[in-house]
Design a protein around this ligand. Structure first.
Ligand code: SF4
Ligand code: FES
Length: 249
């Protein structure tokens, strides 16, 4: 395949950045999107040019590191597919592909296609945990978990924290990510003691980080590689509402 790549190049956070065009020839259709960028980088290094900086780790749709806007769509627009799982056979020979970083105030660009997603870590630190007393290993079945609750919790826990939901949202809202993290613990018996405090603290941290509000456009759900559902946002809002009322009592 022959392609024209239009890639956002930005030396550092203060550089204004610009799109640079790179022609690519003989791209193997069975390459993953990131392997195609690896090949481009080998060519750039061979020519003595600066390779394109982009994030990746597992390359199996697990870690949430890959984060590219491909032709204006987070992760490229293939349902339930992270950038690292996307293959070049989904593109047309001769196609022009525009590759940009996530764009959101709370995700400042570090270099080229790499953004700083520490805001997500700080939201998790604010409440995305269950406190336990240390001691002997508890029996696995000591706390029975209803099957429906464990299934729903597992669905929410599938969130890999990639940030595509923020990048896709016109408000740069992080509600789908936070709702997944609040819900996967709040659905389990082990998560009940801190349930309200968790929702309150994580939502407050989300607001403090500069993410926008949710106006329920559904663009987050459409691009989420783990198909996290909007209903988790409604669930988190209920927990948050109860927590606000309880704090006033
Ligand atoms: S909700 Fe989906 S899009 Fe958002 S961070 Fe989690 S996995 Fe990524
Ligand atoms: S590199 Fe890990 S999810 Fe894509």
């Amino acid at each position: 395949m022959n392609l024209t790549l239009r890639i956002w190049r930005q030396k550092n956070a203060s550089d204004p950045g610009r799109i640079v065009e790179y022609p690519m020839s003989e791209v193997n259709p069975d390459m993953s999107f990131l392997e195609m960028l690896d090949v481009l980088n080998e060519q750039l290094i061979a020519r003595g040019e600066d390779p394109v900086a982009f994030d990746s780790d597992c390359r199996e749709g697990i870690c949430g590191m890959c984060s590219l806007m491909i032709n204006g769509v987070a992760h490229g627009g293939f349902r339930g597919t992270a950038t690292c799982q996307l293959h070049m056979r989904h593109f047309e020979d001769g196609q022009t592909i525009t590759i940009e970083p996530w764009r959101a105030k709370a995700f400042p660009i570090i270099k080229d296609l790499v953004v700083n997603r520490l805001a997500f870590d700080r939201i998790i630190e604010a409440g995305g945990f269950v406190s336990v007393n240390t001691g002997g290993t508890p029996d696995g079945n000591a706390i029975p978990v209803p099957k429906v609750a464990s299934d729903q919790s597992m669905d929410a826990a599938a969130c890999i924290g990639c940030g595509a939901c923020v990048a896709a949202c016109k408000n740069a809202s992080a509600m789908l990510f936070v709702a997944a993290k609040v819900s996967h613990l709040g659905l389990l018996p082990q998560g009940q003691p801190e349930r309200q405090r968790r929702a309150l603290n994580m939502v407050r941290q989300m607001d403090a980080e500069g993410f926008g509000n949710c106006t329920v456009t559904g663009s987050c759900e459409a691009v989420c590689p783990k198909e996290i559902r909007l209903e988790f946002i409604a669930r988190m809002n209920r927990d948050y509402g109860r927590a606000v009322l309880a704090a006033k009592e």
